[in-house]
Design a protein around this ligand. Structure first.
Ligand code: FAD
Length: 340
């Protein structure tokens, strides 16, 4: 039975640990329960909330929050080379990665230990260590919020890009993802060229998906703060894509500026490097700060409000713009619906 929770605290439902509440909260464990909750939410402010690891609440949520909690991992198809897994939106992302690696199914191992839910994985096309989830997604099933109709999008219809998809653009706020289908390999391709992953994998032995998972977990545990200990939402900003002309200009002043080619005329700049060079790494401002090892990560040291975190983010954006002439775009989604 679907229960409506009133004045529900969202502190445990956002990895920044911001203390806000929702007027109404539903934990929907099936497609039918999701539809029921969506009917209650009709004509009201609505937020679909997974693990809250890519969100910043800047106020209480004066509306309905629905947590899609469909728990299902099922083989939809299998042939000699691959398996198509159908996975419910509520499955915790890393439990899925662990499941696939334990069953010797390849594709997701580089994405180990990313927080959050399966339902959110196509939304921002999660990525890490040279892999994006779009490389494995075959299709996405959901419900259209306007009329509760079922919708299926193929990989190409999802219009995946760097931390981007149709769910952040044309279908933003219009679809609840209920299931994601991942095509996983039996004969694996190993992607270990990113950073020092190769070296870390070798410490565990041969290149296997199991050893890649172990290495990724080790690197992430070392580099990134655990939100349980130091609340954060991972990378706060996207790595900006800029013109090669701007790089040539920047190189005159900053010879060491790192970048990765994207196309003939564009390159990707590491936002963490820009923030560090602008002097923010390890800085603490009241209850908030920039992590000491990873300048892309903003952290909540105590009882910070969403506004305090946002204000720090704006200061960093201004400072990077002044120093390098580069705009930093937020990767984290801002959520605010007060007194409507
Ligand atoms: C320590 C840390 C490390 C991280 N590392 C990475 C990383 O390496 N790579 C990376 O890509 N990300 C990373 N992230 C960001 C985050 O984990 C991902 O964006 C994740 O996919 C968010 O999942 P979630 O369930 O928490 O989504 P939420 O934060 O709950 O929601 C994110 C967005 O997706 C929408 N959404 C959620 N579920 C659904 C659904 N079922 N249907 C429709 N819309 C939905 C929400 O409305 C919101 O707009 C990191 C975060 C943290 C805290």
């Amino acid at each position: 039975m679907l229960t409506a929770h009133k004045n529900f605290s969202l502190k445990k439902y956002n990895t920044f640990g911001v203390d806000v509440s929702a007027d109404q909260f539903f934990d929907a464990t099936s497609v039918d329960e999701l539809k029921e909750a969506l009917l209650v939410a009709k004509d009201r402010e609505l937020l679909i909330l997974g693990g809250g690891s890519n969100l910043l609440f800047t106020s209480n949520f004066r509306g309905v929050v629905i947590h899609p909690n469909i728990q299902e991992i099922r083989i939809a198809e299998e042939d000699k080379d691959s398996v198509l897994l159908k996975v419910g939106a509520g499955v915790e992302w890393d439990s899925l990665v662990e499941y696939t690696v334990n069953h010797n199914l390849g594709g997701l191992q580089n994405l180990s230990l990313i927080p959050g839910s399966v339902g959110a994985s196509p939304v921002q096309n999660i990525g890490a260590y040279g892999v994006e989830v779009k490389d494995c997604i075959e299709k996405v099933e959901g419900i259209l919020i306007s009329n509760l109709a079922a919708i299926t999008l193929t990989n190409s219809e999802c219009k995946f890009g760097y931390r981007d998809s149709i769910f952040k653009n044309r279908l933003k706020g219009k679809v609840v993802v209920t299931h994601v289908y991942y095509r996983l390999t039996k004969k694996h391709k190993f992607i270990t060229h990113y950073g020092n992953l190769d070296v870390e994998v070798a410490k565990f032995g041969d290149r296997t998906i199991q050893n890649i998972r172990k290495a990724v977990i080790d690197i992430r545990n070392y580099k990134l703060p655990d939100p349980e200990e130091l609340p954060n939402a991972g990378s706060f900003f996207k790595n900006p894509i800029v013109s090669t002309k701007l790089i040539e200009f920047l190189q005159q002043k900053f010879q060491q500026v790192p970048f990765y080619p994207v196309s003939g005329s564009e390159v990707k700049l590491p936002a963490g490097w820009l923030i560090e060079q602008a002097g923010w790494k390890g800085r603490k401002v009241g209850n908030v700060g920039v992590h000491k090892n990873q300048a892309l990560v903003l952290v909540n040291y105590g009882n910070a409000t969403g506004h305090e975190i946002l204000s720090l983010a704006h200061d960093i954006q201004r400072s990077v713009k002044q120093t390098f002439g580069v705009e930093l775009e937020m990767e984290v989604n801002l959520v605010s619906v007060e007194n409507k």
